[in-house]
Design a protein around this ligand. Structure first.
Ligand code: 13P
Ligand code: SF4
Length: 331
């Protein structure tokens, strides 16, 4: 029989049989209390996971929560780089991820060896890296940012500061335009946000002339040009709540629609169509997490995030700088 490590390496989670009659919600609640565990979930998680989470948020909110929680165990319902960030901020805590293979195609576009060469080609630059990157990349950075604070972080630096921004070129281009800065961009992108079809969105806008197009800054420039509002997942959610409008075309991962619909049941949310024959815009990495895997990881306290101390110490500095600047700016 294969051991725990072998199962985790092959499957990413312990695929032990679960009684189909088990009330997973009740069991997860029990485990939360027994283990003093907190569930942090990103807005892109399945509705069931969002509903059982103690905190639901965007990447910035989740990092802030991970840094301040009093829980002994952080169960991170999100992707690998998010759980890594939580571990770096709370190294003494146990950080669990329901599926170790829940990665990020954007983070994968920036391998540390290639980024090292890129940095050497641009000496004298301050490195601002989007949180959607590995711990190794964060350790090579000066400041980390998220989509909520990227503009504020670039603006916190002197106007003549030379800046490398990565790994998302679409967010980088958006931040450069917003701040009027000339950023050196790494050529990475997110597979979910890259796929929206401008043509189909324009047709949808004609069909729903009252609808506002709201988009995440990871979307490509032609989509952002059409958008009535651009913001992080939290920014988009807040916009739909405070806006007097009743119809929204949402250009980001579809998980966020659950909170939008819950907060404004009388409003209509239309997922922006991708440029393929499928009508869904799910992140396959985020959606690897399921309620069953959440239960299993809490019951067996596996898989957990383990990182070398020295790497965590190095990666913590740019993350803490981000949290300091965000606090100063009231974000
Ligand atoms: P935010 O959580 O900053 O909105 O970013 C979205 C995302 O792509 C997370 O992977
Ligand atoms: Fe990565 Fe994009 Fe998925 Fe976010 S939505 S986890 S950036 S692949």
């Amino acid at each position: 029989m294969p051991g725990t490590e072998a199962i985790l390496a092959e499957k990413g989670f312990l695929d032990y049989a679960i009684d189909p009659g088990m009330d997973l919600f009740a069991e997860i609640e029990r485990l939360k209390k027994e283990k003093n565990a907190i569930i942090l979930a990103h807005y892109y998680q399945d509705a069931d996971i969002q509903d059982i989470a103690d905190y639901i948020g965007d990447s910035l909110g989740l990092s802030q929560e991970a840094a301040k929680t009093g829980a002994d165990v952080i169960v991170f319902a999100g992707v690998h780089f998010m759980a890594e960030t939580a571990k770096i901020l709370s190294p003494q805590k146990k950080v669990l991820l329901p599926d170790l293979k829940a990665g990020c195609s954007l983070a994968d576009t920036c391998p540390p060896d290639q980024f090292k060469v890129f940095k050497e080609q641009h000496p004298g630059h301050t490195v601002i890296m989007y949180v959607n990157s590995t711990a190794e990349i964060k350790a090579m950075s000066d400041i980390v940012c998220t989509s909520t604070n990227a503009v504020a972080i670039v603006e916190s630096l002197p106007k003549d500061e030379k800046i490398i921004f990565g790994p998302d070129k679409n967010l980088g281009r958006y931040v450069a335009k917003k701040t009027g800065r000339d950023l050196v961009l790494w050529d990475g992108a997110c597979m979910v946000h890259e796929i929206f079809s401008r043509e189909k969105i324009v047709k949808l806008k004609n069909r729903y002339p009252q609808a506002k197009l709201i988009a995440h800054p990871e979307c490509e420039e032609p989509i952002l040009k059409e958008a009535d509002y651009i913001g992080s997942t939290t920014g988009l959610l807040k916009y739909t709540i405070s806006s007097p409008d009743n119809e929204f075309i949402v250009a980001t991962e579809s998980g966020i629609l659950h909170q939008m619909q819950k907060a404004s049941p009388h409003k209509t949310f239309i997922p922006a169509p991708p440029d393929n024959n499928c009508a869904c815009n799910d992140c396959p990495h985020m959606k690897r997490n399921t309620l069953e895997k959440l239960y299993l990881c809490m019951e067996y306290e596996q898989p957990k995030i383990l990182l070398p101390e020295a790497l965590m110490d190095q990666a913590r500095k740019p993350i803490e700088r981000m949290l300091e600047i965000s606090a100063q700016k009231g974000l």
